[in-house]
Design a protein around this ligand. Structure first.
Ligand code: PLP
Length: 226
């Protein structure tokens, strides 16, 4: 049951916060609903989820439209883009997403600014940082993050709210800690008021212990549970 999974995830977030004396209210749970049906999303809404993450613009547009057409408090739901964003999808993305987590170049920031300006929106974004050497992961190199964020300040329709990272898949979640810690240290250097989006089904408790403000959980909510 999605409802039980959500409750269990919240319980574990709370427990992780207590271990390190952080405020559970500072941690947002985003249910990553990619490849999940509208019915499953509605079930999650009934379980109290307000934030949904998607990784493909096309799929998100369809879900956004279908949910807006029904009466499931569409205005209270927030959409998060967590997957790699291509420049030619930015126009659609700024129309529906409240927060774009996966911004990994200044060129993309420029395009987001341009498209957001057209609809008079200030688009909230996170800058994705590549904290692990794994070649397949996208993201800006840690050493370049500060420069990109500084350069982003001149784009009036883009608001950088923080940093995001994806830890590599590891056997023991404890091994992911160093990547989360690196992102947290980077935040300390760039802007201590930034939020951190880090932690997925297998490693979110470690991410929370390292100061995550947004965790992105897919399988543990929609599939097997924890
Ligand atoms: C799919 C995805 C998630 C959720 O992953 P799970 O392991 O299913 O919890 C989180 N973040 C990103 C960027 C994803 O693509």
């Amino acid at each position: 049951m999605i409802k039980d999974n959500v409750l269990e995830a919240r319980r574990r977030i709370q427990a992780a916060c207590l271990r390190v004396k952080l405020d559970p209210a500072a941690v947002k749970l985003v249910a990553v609903s990619k490849n999940r049906s509208i019915e499953q999303i509605k079930e999650a809404i009934f379980a109290g989820i307000t934030d949904f993450g998607e990784n493909r613009v096309k799929e998100a547009v369809v879900k956004h439209r279908e949910l807006s057409a029904t009466s499931h408090q569409p205005l209270a739901i927030k959409w998060h883009m967590v997957g790699h964003l291509q420049a030619n999808k930015v126009k659609e993305a700024v129309r529906i997403f409240d927060l774009i987590h996966s911004v990994d170049s200044l060129r993309l920031i420029e395009e987001i600014d341009k498209q957001a300006a057209r609809i008079n929106k200030i688009q909230d974004i996170l800058v994705e940082v590549k904290t692990s050497p794994e070649a397949t992961k996208s993201g800006i190199e840690p050493l370049q993050a500060a420069g990109v964020i500084k350069a982003a300040a001149k784009f009036k329709n883009v608001n950088v709210q923080g940093l995001m990272t994806i830890a590599p898949a590891v056997d023991n979640p404890e091994e992911a800690r160093k990547y989360f810690r690196e992102l947290s240290q980077l935040r300390g250097k760039i802007d201590p008021s930034f939020i951190l989006s880090m932690g997925m089904s297998d490693d979110f408790e470690i991410a929370v212990e390292e100061g995550s403000n947004v965790i992105r959980i897919g399988r543990a909510i929609f599939q097997g549970g924890l």
